[in-house]
Design a binder for this molecule. Sequence first.
Ligand code: RET
Length: 244
Amino acid sequence: MATPGSESIWLWIGTIGMTLGMLGFIAKGWSVTDKEQQRFYVLTIFIPATAAVSYFAMATGFGLTEITVNGQVLDIYWARYADWLITTPLLLIDLALLAQASRNTIYTLVGLDVLMIVTGLVGALAATPAIRIVWWGISTALLLFLLYFLVQSLNEAASRQTESVRSLTTTLRNMLIVLWLAYPVVWILGTEGTIGLVPLYVETAAFMVLDLTAKVGFGFVLLRSHNVLDEVAHTESAPSAAVD
Ligand code: RET
């Protein structure tokens, strides 16, 4: 366990932001009685809740370790990967349920996503620069394949959706693509990439802004459209299991 440096300010802001996001979603979902709508709330509340715990762990130094690469000591916040391992599948499930995608689509997305995060973690902990870059390449290839598969399968599911569901799905899908593509860039330019172009202080701020937008921003856009969530609930003549 190491002690966080000046970047801890961003981790505290992340902790507060995620906690407020979680409380906001709980308050918004409090009076929702429709079972189908509730599942979006359950999924979406656990996303900032998990991140709040991870940010708190990082801010207090629990989620931080030091890795020596070529004699250079890198501060690696491994708790991010624990957060992402849980929350990125939840984000994908949220979107796939909205799009009324098949179960096989959901399993494939989650499988690719878990591999992407785990290979990223191995890269972050590896002790040789070249090996770190190879893991980054593998993780990034998985991300690109995941995004390609996401676009394909959401297009395929579009025929089952009403106009407003399709439009919200497209908005969230585009948000997801743009935000998720920024993660490997921050990683390779930051501490993890060992090039040291972007210092830890800036990297931590960048990940915090990305995490807040990809979790709280995404959840807010999803949950604000109650009428749309209602349409998902009531046009499910073909429940996802039946369209596999
Ligand atoms: C890593 C390692 C380097 C290569 C790639 C990565 C991708 C990370 C992503 C994270 C998304 C996180 C989200 C968090 C919550 O809001 C692991 C940085 C491709 C896509 C959306």
